[in-house]
Design a protein around this ligand. Structure first.
Ligand code: ADP
Ligand code: MG
Length: 725
């Protein structure tokens, strides 16, 4: 993914009307129009999902200008926040379409029966009339809308073919074409609506009310009226209504609806909990941290919707080809009439054959093959707590052949614990373990690093008095220092003492480094603590830490290999020996240790050179640049942090490592589905066109083949909704 430098670009998603047509030729016309606005860099429009995503330069244009430009083209804009009403309207729309399909069938059967039974001609024509009006209604509407944008689409092809059949005295064939055409359109809408609703059902499970504590009393309050800082109560078996932090009580929470993790997570005071998840045991008091509409689950749903509007490369290609293809089919049809007639052929049979050819060659199945699969894949991921930021990332996941993992917080749990405090024997003035720890804590209280947090936690556990620190400084990937009492305290690794302190002589450094090596050989991440007094630096002692490997890490690596991943790498700022130990435990091929944050980026670039398609897995906190550099950046723990959501291409809402093989597996399953779909679609066209040219087939058969393949690819795509890994 290229990193865009200046100017800073913004992206907005405008919810637009959803349209009946099959193709996106009209959408491409709107896209061209929006692209012409100065300051607009990139546009993706889909009438199918009802979204227009625009990337623009805020200093040149604004979201308002873009919205106006959309309205200029007679495209209506939907309110974007709460999509429930939108859902209801799309459901009633679907019902109306189904009624129209029914009326088309009724009209067609009436017309046919009246014709057979020698009924009154008026009844025959009335029957076919009904079939043509109701069967052609949506197609005509779509075709006209597209024509108004100056483009032609497949809806137009179908309407022309039906009228053509009518004009040569084959009203039944035309009616049947319109019936199957409207039926398969309705099925497609259902399929696409399904993949949208699959996600929506998650938020419906969230309670509408919370039991809020007001002056010691429990009051039932609608969740939209609960403010940040309010405290609410949940009992065993309750669903948690809002995101918050546990203030008292202990319990286990089933977070499957949000993160897809099957194992319930223990929660105690200080832990984060999320709206929509289920409290299984224990009563909890929870302080609200986010309003209802900002909760993790609302964001997930919103982002899945946006993701479905961003097209995969295959689909962009197909969208681009739609218009020329449709024109090509028109040209083919015209020559299928003109050439035989010029050679003295008979009009009716020539025309009939040309109509058959037009239906058979229409690319409806080709056009629906990709979105049917990709939208289902994105929705299926959403239900497992896996957020793809767009269709292109589903396709990218299919091709990954090397995976790089960040160590801390990704392969390990990130719950770093301080295990040992050593005071150097020769250290001056009878420093105790506790004295050393409180000096270190004074400095680390200012740092966000996991080693710092572990140090502070250990001091709190021992209820130590911690002095104040001033002039805190941190050197990324190396260490920290600050002034404590009358001197400066330095805490860092080998490289900190080698490079940051430069030539300053450090008393006791040699034995210090020896101790570091011994501790690291035991798999403990270790740092040296030293004091600087008027230019003299003296080592005071060492601190050692451990971090547990996540359960299931080794299996996850095994699953990746089974999926065909060739190379697995671990990247870390931590020490080589510690890293190697963990790598051996879980089965990693290559270890890149003692990396500075910018070196992680260079390592990913190098991996991309070697393997082309590289996924990077991190927690998004300090590895954002590396996530952005990889072909596919996967961030874990997205429910809790916003950073991860911003930088990665795929976000795992939870911390469940088994979702990484799931991501790659889903990508590969989607690719297989696409290949099968395109084979069905093109195969059906080739077979029918070939047969028509060689010996001719009846128009109804062409219609069945054409619509049948369209329905088949839709259903085949929908299968991905059930993908479990
Ligand atoms: P990682 O995320 O892989 O642990 P970092 O770049 O954050 O990598 O840190 C690399 C190393 O830098 C740590 O293992 C430690 O030796 C040193 N370091 C970084 N920050 C601190 C800190 N606040 N205190 C002590 N050591 C630190
Ligand atoms: Mg890290």
């Amino acid at each position: 993914m290229p990193v865009t430098e200046s100017p800073p670009l913004s992206t907005c998603t405008v919810r637009i009307e959803r349209r009946g047509g099959r193709g996106e030729a009209g959408a491409r016309a709107l896209k061209r129009h929006l692209r012409n606005i100065s300051g607009v860099h990139d546009v993706d429009v889909s009438f199918r999902t009802g979204s227009a995503r625009v990337t623009y330069d805020e200093s040149v244009t604004s979201e308002e200008t873009i919205r106006d430009a959309v309205r200029d083209r007679n495209v209506s804009i939907q309110a974007d926040s709460e999509t429930d009403t939108d859902d209801v309207s799309s459901r009633s729309e679907l019902r109306r379409e189904a009624v129209f399909v029914g009326l088309t069938l009724l009209g067609m059967v009436t017309g046919l029966a009246a014709g057979w039974l020698d009924g009154p001609p008026l009844l025959t024509w009335a029957g076919y009339g009904v079939a043509y009006v109701f069967g052609g209604w949506y197609g005509l509407k779509g075709a006209v809308a597209t024509l108004r944008h100056g483009a032609v689409d497949i809806d137009l092809l179908m309407i022309v073919a039906a009228l053509g059949a009518l004009s040569i005295g084959a009203p039944f064939e035309g009616a049947m074409l319109l019936f199957l055409f409207s039926l398969s359109n309705t099925l497609q809408h259902y399929a696409i609506g399904r993949s949208r609703r699959a996600i929506k059902s998650l938020v419906e499970m969230r309670p509408d009310e919370a039991q809020v504590l007001r002056d010691g009393e429990e009051v039932t309050v609608p969740i939209d009226d609960v403010a940040v800082g309010d405290v609410f109560v949940v009992r065993p078996g309750d669903r948690i209504p809002l995101d918050g932090v546990v203030t008292s009580g202990e319990g286990t929470v089933d977070q499957a609806s949000l993160t897809g993790e099957s194992v319930p997570v223990p929660k105690e005071s200080g832990d984060e909990v999320f709206g929509g998840t289920i409290n299984e045991s224990g009563s909890l008091e929870i302080e609200v941290t986010r309003r209802a509409h900002e909760s993790a689950i609302s964001r997930l749903i919103n982002m899945v919707e946006n993701a479905q509007g961003e097209k995969a490369p295959t689909q962009r290609l197909i969208d681009r080809l739609e218009q020329p293809y449709v024109l090509g089919v028109f040209a083919l049809t015209v020559s299928a009439i003109a050439i035989p007639l010029a050679l003295g052929g008979e009009f009716t049979s020539t025309f009939y054959r040309a109509m058959t050819l037009m239906v058979a060659a229409s690319p409806c199945a080709v056009i629906i093959s990709t979105p049917a699969a990709v939208l289902s894949a994105i929705a299926s991921g959403g239900r497992q707590g896996v957020l793809f930021k767009g269709g292109e990332h589903v396709e990218a996941a299919a091709n990954i052949d090397a995976v790089a993992f960040d160590k801390t917080g990704t392969l390990t749990q990130g719950d770093t614990q301080l295990t040992d405090v050593f005071v150097r024997e020769t250290a001056a003035d009878s420093l105790t373990d506790e004295g050393l720890l409180s000096l270190a804590t004074a400095v680390q209280a200012r740092s966000e690093h996991h080693l710092a947090r572990a140090t502070v936690a250990a001091a709190e556990e021992r209820s130590l008095d911690v002095p104040d620190a001033r002039r805190f400084q941190s050197v990324a990937g190396k260490g920290v220092c600050a002034d404590v009492e009358a001197s400066t305290i330095h805490i860092g690794n080998r490289s900190y003492f080698g490079t940051v302190l430069g030539d300053a002589a450090v008393e006791g450094l040699e034995p210090g480094l020896d101790r570091l090596r011994t501790l690291e050989a035991e798999g403990k991440t270790s740092v040296i603590v030293a004091r600087e007094d008027g230019g003299d630096v003296t080592v005071l002692g060492w601190l050692a830490f451990t971090d547990t490997v996540r359960p299931g890490a080794a299996e996850m690596i095994g699953d990746l290999r089974e999926l065909g991943v060739e190379h697995i790498v671990m990247l870390t700022g931590d020490n080589e020996r510690v890293a190697q130990r963990i790598a051996d435990e879980v089965g990693i091929d290559e270890v890149q240790a003692e990396l500075l944050p910018e070196e992680k980026v260079a390592t990913i670039e190098d991996l991309v050179d070697r393997h082309e398609n590289v996924a990077m897995v991190g927690d998004g906190v300090n590895d954002a640049p590396a996530l952005a550099t990889a072909t596919l950046g996967i961030a874990m723990g997205g429910a809790g942090t916003d950073v991860a959501l911003d930088t990665a291409d795929v976000v795992l809402m939870g911390d469940d490592l088994s979702k990484i093989p799931y991501v790659l597996g889903l990508g590969r399953a989607t690719r297989r589905t696409l290949i099968v779909n395109l084979a069905i679609a093109f195969g059906a066209i080739a077979l029918m066109v070939g047969t028509i040219l060689l010996r001719g087939i009846p128009l109804p058969l062409a219609v069945v083949g054409h619509e049948g393949s369209t329905v088949l690819v839709s259903l085949n795509g929908l299968r991905l909704l059930g993908f479990r890994g």
